[in-house]
Design a protein around this ligand. Structure first.
Ligand SMILES: C[S@@+](CC[C@H](N)C(=O)[O-])C[C@H]1O[C@@H](n2cnc3c(N)ncnc32)[C@H](O)[C@@H]1O
Length: 261
């Protein structure tokens, strides 16, 4: 199956597992309020799709004991780590978003963070989400659009490097610009009450350093071998910018939810 995040195929997957966990913890303080703003019910069942290590599924289950939470991912290795968190109201399942192993109308709320940008067939995933949601249930998708990232002062090597990263992600079947397409997708599938908000990072050197350390190594897979040295130079330049007291970083993600009517 095509897709631009294939954990099992990563040579450096042990390092990536650690960094993925760090990225999952990012802005955790706003996570539960975000879910509540988008209609997380106080009881019923919640599905976290592409849950990775299950860090966010665990957070929901711990905070809301009256919810039954299921995390699903296609990576057996990541799920092994997720299963450490299993408890009475939390379990993890191996499976694919394109063919969810659940009965029709079995969930009240479906959450998917940073997985749609890696899907070659987001419509099939949405078809499955729609099928598994109960009438009145909501889906909440959180994802990036790689064009929504700005540095000031602008590091000269970044634009060409970033374009190559996006091209590489498309080659593997992902969509680096999925963020802007989430609301249209939900409308296309007949979701009602589509709500959109952005997750902004308005930061400086520390945020750039976090990005360089936790995200940039995982983007190497998108570069052709002949572009990797250029990629390293661009990342080194970002590392220098992170030390600059004037450095400013803006990054916006999309958060989109809709109700199955
Ligand atoms: C970038 S990680 C995000 C993990 C987690 N949601 C987070 O925010 O930290 C993408 C996750 O989606 C999973 N994934 C990608 N394509 C999938 C598919 N077709 N079905 C199920 N899981 C998938 C990957 O294995 C990986 O764990």
């Amino acid at each position: 199956m095509k897709g631009s995040y294939q954990f099992e195929k990563l040579e450096s997957r042990h390092a990536e597992a650690t960094l993925l966990a760090e990225r999952a913890l990012m802005r955790m303080e706003g996570f539960l309020p975000l879910l509540e703003r988008h209609g997380l019910p106080s009881s019923g069942s919640v599905l976290d799709l592409g849950c990775g290590h299950g860090i966010r599924a665990e957070k929901i289950a711990a905070q809301f004991p009256s919810l039954r939470v299921v995390g699903l991912d296609r990576s057996a290795e990541l799920l092994e780590q997720a299963r450490v968190h299993e408890r009475e109201n939390l379990r993890f399942e191996l499976g694919d978003l394109y063919s969810l192993p659940f009965a029709d109308e079995s969930f009240d709320f479906v959450y998917a963070r940073l997985v749609f940008m890696h899907l070659s067939d987001p419509r099939q995933a949405l078809r499955e989400i729609f099928r598994c949601l109960k009438p009145g249930g909501r889906v909440l998708i959180e994802d990036a659009d790689r064009d929504c990232m700005f540095f000031e002062p602008s590091p000269p090597l970044f634009p060409a490097f970033w374009e190559k990263v996006q091209q590489g992600q498309r080659r593997l079947g992902g969509d680096p610009n999925v963020g802007r397409r989430l609301a249209p997708y939900l409308k296309e599938f007949g979701f009602a009450d589509v709500r959109v908000e952005s997750q902004p990072i308005l930061g400086g050197g520390g945020d750039i350093a976090f990005l360089v350390r936790t995200l940039m190594p995982s983007l190497n897979v998108y570069l052709e071998p002949e572009d990797r040295a250029g990629g390293e130079a661009a990342i080194a330049q970002l590392g220098e910018l992170a030390q600059d007291p004037r450095a400013t970083f803006y990054h916006f993600w999309f958060v989109v939810s809709g109700r199955k009517s």
